[in-house]
Design a protein around this ligand. Sequence first.
Ligand code: HEC
Ligand code: HEC
Length: 348
Amino acid sequence: MLNKFLFFVFLFVVFLQFGFVDDDPYFTITKKDVAFKIPKGFPKPNYSFSDNPITPKGFILGRKLFYDTLLSLDNSISCGSCHQQYAAFAHIDHSLSHGIKDRIGTRNVSALQNLIWNKNFMWDGGINHIEVQPIAPLTNKLEMAETLDGIVAKLKLRPDYQKAFYEAFNDSIISTERIMKSLTQFMGLMVSSNSRYDKYITGKEKFTLSEKKGLDLFRSKCATCHKEPLFTDHSFRNNGIAPNPMLNDKGRAIITENEDDNYKFKVPSLRNVELTYPYMHDGRFRNLTEALNHYGNSTSFAAGTDELVGKIGKLTKEETEDLRSFLLTLTDKTFIYDRRFADPNFSR
Ligand code: HEC
Ligand code: HEC
């Protein structure tokens, strides 16, 4: 009896070893896993990986760095602390970002998806290349508050990183440039293109009547700025929300120093918008209904509102509900549950 029991335990252990562990995409990143293909119907990306070809080991290093708290001054937070996969790499607990020692930032955490199509990064577009973007959070006093030299020095002391850099770049030199390149390999592959909307467009799925009406409304009232298929035209606009008196964030004008750009912000993609609440650059709206009510209520529009927003007009309750149903079709579960992007520290 006991023998039989032990035999089954033995079988179970063998199953654990060879059954799903070997199939686990987390541990077996292959060339196929990191092959980049432009999704059907998407435009040509702005960043091509030609100077930074993605390899499985480069991607794994980027992921390790993205989820490592070592990159912050007091080793307390990582990129992944603010950018959480279940929220399309935005952050849902609070409206403004929280850095080391609970320092409160000045803006709502952006979702990370389809980044290689971006020409500019951040709500004000202050950064224009994906490979230098990480320098901002790494060194921002309200976020990770480290120095680039400090990070390189900490990584050099770690045998696991010496090995990981060696595997990714064929020698063990640890440099800022390589940190940026591997982070870009990881973040650049974060592509969301498999929502119900995408399946509807390619004829693989049907919409309900409400979703269909929502899409039509969206195309007539919203899609100039939130342009398909990326759901942004990458421009900076004033969508009519009043300036936040606590922050007085001038948005794009901080970068261009042009008064015409006062209170203009990047048009965010609406992919996965169901999961990226709270909304707007300061996280002022807690849910989609609040955001939609803003667009449907012209009496609250601030000075300088873009005329395309001015033209939206009153939205009835039914129209708001249809728009909301449509926006929910932009949720991409394949992306949210993609094991390639999961946190290694919590993966099992
Ligand atoms: C303390 C929270 C926090 C941490 C930590 C953090 N970020 Fe962010 N991230 C933000 C906020 C807030 C924004 C929007 C900033 C702005 O508009 O000024 C943002 C924006 C971005 C963007 C721009 C997205 C876009 O579409 O414009 C990228 C890319 C990004 N972060 C990557 C990273 C990487 C890589 C790391 C780690 C090196 C990191 N972030 C660490 C809060 C954080
Ligand atoms: C004139 C361009 C423009 C039009 C038209 C427009 N938007 Fe926006 N939208 C923006 C900008 C800019 C922001 C970010 C504003 C900010 O944070 O200050 C935004 C933000 C949003 C957000 C919040 C997203 C997030 O991640 O925070 C939602 C939701 C949204 N828009 C939905 C819509 C819908 C639905 C319509 C049509 C009824 C619409 N928008 C029409 C420019 C536009």
